[in-house]
Design a protein around this ligand. Sequence first.
Ligand SMILES: C[S@@+](CC[C@H](N)C(=O)[O-])C[C@H]1O[C@@H](n2cnc3c(N)ncnc32)[C@H](O)[C@@H]1O
Length: 207
Amino acid sequence: MRISKVYDVLAPMYGRVVPVLYELATSRAAQRLSAGAPATILEVGVGPGHILTAVGKRNKSAVSVGIDISRGMLNQSRRALKKHHVGANLVCGDAIQLPFADGAFEGVVASFLLDLFQKRNIPDALREMLRVLAPGGRIVVVSLQFSNPVLKQAWMLASHVAPGLAKWIQPIDFREFLEGTGLRVLRDEQIPGAPGTRLLTLVKVVG
Ligand SMILES: C[S@@+](CC[C@H](N)C(=O)[O-])C[C@H]1O[C@@H](n2cnc3c(N)ncnc32)[C@H](O)[C@@H]1O
């Protein structure tokens, strides 16, 4: 099944459950992105829109855009943004080919998106995020990473029992992909209360 269809099916349940489970990661991601005071913000793989909503509440004057490949997820986003009176443009599209101009955004966030790609495609997605990011802009990446050995073992066992699981979400060490990209790590943090969640705050170095 195509990934857009998978998320169309998951969207109603995902929109209810995940924002509650990952509330701390959401607010931390919004906080780290907003600290750069971006005037233009893009969330790639916006899903149910909880991060874009949190960023919009903090940063009322920013122009925000969310993109997702699943229309079901975009509907969830639309509802969340409306409920919280946050304005943003929502676009259906692919992270690998973002329909935006070079340097169009001062802040870009991707949460639990890159973990869905095959490892060989992650550099392509990262290249697109970097292309649309303005010089000096910030990227916040939230991903699954099991540094705790118990979680790591549990994940390996789960993906052995259900190999489909490993196909759809794979813990990654995003730092592996940063070499030569011109991104500098500002912060690298584990999120307490959101098991296996790592948040990287990066800045696009100018020149
Ligand atoms: C695991 S969910 C994460 C949603 C949200 N960012 C969060 O933190 O809860 C992944 C999202 O990425 C979207 N997605 C998957 N592949 C994509 C692609 N190639 N381009 C754009 N969105 C994609 C899915 O439709 C889904 O909404």
